[in-house]
Design a protein. Structure first.
Length: 399
């Protein structure tokens, strides 16, 4: 049976966590919507395809912001308990620190487990489905080509423009820019064009135009005039129109035991090992944040004791550990020797937070840090005061 005070703290922390998570996910989802809206406007896809793509991206967004939302919830809950004088009352009633520590740690463990499930299974499955849809969208360029006017990105490094579509189904005023090869840039311009469907694939027949080939390595430019040129539309995606998956779009089980015809493309194969270890260590940061919050904010305090420096210390250390994890992952994708750092960083954060939280004595913030923090707050108040005074004076002058 869970004690009443622990259920109370757990309920408050869980509510704040869910509210923060929803707010962060909604904000990131809006940015995702704005980034992918060109699927509708530029490539002529149905609105349900667009909505499905943004929904499939949600699990990856949730697993990214869930530890951050938990950190906000832990800090907000503990600081609220202090502001309402509930922490001193709990201590005065004879309850041990476990009554405060256990609900935060339980919620952190739940977030950690859910993040682990998402990292290993849910997010890779949703990203794989998203990759399949993106591949189909890019292969199906006919819907793109029939759109008149404007420059439309068909794929990475490939842009098309058609001035108009004639009544007989042909096209007028065609321009194609192909920068997919970093060593070579191709520009096709043609007066007329026609789509040709054959059993072997789809072709865009360009007539009466020029091909400009820029060799980036040699620094040379060649111009070739042509009467007829066939542009193979299958080149826009995989050779057979199938999706090519990255390591993060495969489940951990698949990465550990890939099929014989491994479809994780070669450019990303070097990062497969780092991806597996990253999925294992990333959920640990929820526990890091829980212990850091308890270490600096989990003890009773009076209103005379300023908690702003303690909150600053929790946030600063959390950012430091998480940024170190991201940096280690970036290095580990190219250098396997950095993989142990993926474990060392969160485990050291857990050890630090547990050590400080379990100590009986109070750990004070260094006076130099407190002085710098107080000076920054005072400067901010003075600056805001000057701006408020200037705004008030400007308002009085306008009258």
């Amino acid at each position: 049976m869970i004690p009443l005070i622990e259920r109370y703290i757990l309920r408050r922390a869980a509510y704040l966590f869910l509210m923060t998570l929803c707010a962060l996910v909604a904000a990131l989802w809006v940015t995702q919507v704005l980034r992918e809206i060109d699927v509708v406007t530029a490539q002529g896809q149905a609105i349900w395809i667009f909505l499905l793509m943004t929904v499939l991206a949600l699990p990856a967004l949730v697993q990214l912001v869930a530890p951050i939302a938990f950190l906000v919830a832990a800090i907000g809950t503990l600081n609220s308990l202090r502001n309402d004088s509930e922490l001193p009352v709990i201590a005065a009633a004879g309850a041990s620190r476990k009554a405060v520590y256990r609900p935060i740690l339980v919620l952190g463990a739940i977030v950690m487990l859910l993040a682990a499930v998402s990292h290993h299974m849910v997010a890779p499955a949703s990203l794989a489905a998203l990759r399949a849809i993106l591949t189909q969208v890019r292969v199906d360029v006919i819907a793109t080509l029939v759109q008149e006017g404007g420059f439309r990105a068909v794929g990475d490094g490939l842009t098309m423009h058609i001035r108009e579509k004639a009544a007989d189904g042909s096209f007028r005023g065609i321009f194609v820019n192909d920068d997919r090869n970093p060593r070579e840039s191709l520009q096709y311009s043609a007066a007329d064009g026609l789509l040709l469907e054959q059993a072997g694939g789809s072709y865009f027949i360009l007539q009466n135009g020029d091909l400009i080939r820029e060799d980036e390595t040699a620094g040379e430019t060649n111009v070739v005039a042509f009467e007829t040129y066939a542009l193979d539309l299958s080149q826009l995606g995989a050779a057979d129109g199938t999706a090519v998956y990255r390591a993060r779009e495969r489940s951990t089980l698949y990465l550990l035991q890939p099929d014989a015809d491994n479809s994780v493309s070669e450019p990303y194969a070097a990062g497969v090992t780092a991806e597996i270890h990253s999925r294992t260590t990333a959920p640990l940061y929820a526990l890091v944040f829980a212990l850091l919050a308890l270490a600096f904010l989990g003890r009773p305090a009076t209103h005379r004791q300023d908690r702003s420096t303690a909150i600053f210390a929790v946030v600063a250390l959390s950012i430091l550990f998480r940024a170190g994890g991201f940096a280690a992952l970036a290095v580990a994708r190219n250098h396997a020797a950095a993989i142990p750092a993926l474990y060392a960083i969160p485990l050291s954060g857990i050890a630090l937070g547990a050590y400080v939280a379990l100590q009986d004595r109070r750990h004070a913030i260094p006076r130099m840090v407190e002085a710098a923090w107080d000076a920054a707050l005072a400067f901010g108040r003075r600056t805001l005061g000057r701006y408020a005074a200037a705004a008030g004076a400007a308002g009085n002058d306008s009258r």
